[in-house]
Design a protein around this ligand. Sequence first.
Ligand code: FE2
Length: 286
Amino acid sequence: MKLTAAQLARYKQDGFLVVNDFVDIASCDRLRRRAQQMVHDFDPHGLVSIFSTREQNRLSDDYFLGSGDKVRFFFEEDAFLPNGTLKQSKEKSINKIGHALHELDPVFSEFSRTPDIIQLVSDLGIEQPLLLQSMYIFKQPRIGGEVTCHQDSTFLYTEPQSIAGMWFALEDATVENGCLWAIPGGHKLGLRSRWLRSAEAGMKFEVFDSSAWPEERLVPLEVATGSLILLNGLLPHKSLRNRSAKSRHAYTLHVISADCCYPKDNWLQRPPEMPLRGFEVSSDRS
Ligand code: FE2
């Protein structure tokens, strides 16, 4: 077991669990170096033009919605000048990389299938786990944007709810640089909305409960490098803007159970030639 009975009970009660020192510092360094290399190799010119044309919304939506089986780069909202060029270097402008690093990049694939993670997911009782989504989040100094209060199950929905999020701190996360905030026990409030593909193309929200989140109950989850924060898919959480001079890098991985129904109107879809898979190592992709 990677988690004790007390930790599992806490996760069930709070909807989240902080596990300190889950990842060794060398592995954190390795992921950070790999992300740095990926950004270095990334040519932003085509993408900058997507975000700066008159069709910006449609094109940037397509770029996002087609990223479930790819490694794509997303900019901070504040990254652009009015003429569509970047205000500062690409290294300081990227908000995140997503959403199939765990499939397509050898370093992230290996990390996502380490024995500790496999054991952790087993401890959570997720039958036949499938790795659904991965993101490398930069939370850039000064311009790292706010992520408003949400439930991950709004965006990645299964029936019954089976999503567990793993949030690995690759740098210290503090209130100053935009750590996570969560509502303890908030996963018991039920799913408030779904973001789904609409028949007319594009996305829409289906709202089940439009009342405001009880944000006065949010608590900051300040953690040190190497910590893991486990998140129930129904847990309301957010992060504030990073106004500090320090970045706040994190890697996230979302797991579902193959036993659950994964609807075709979720935004993240895989083509038949690249089905979701679990922890088994595949030589043809990584
Ligand atoms: Fe989230």
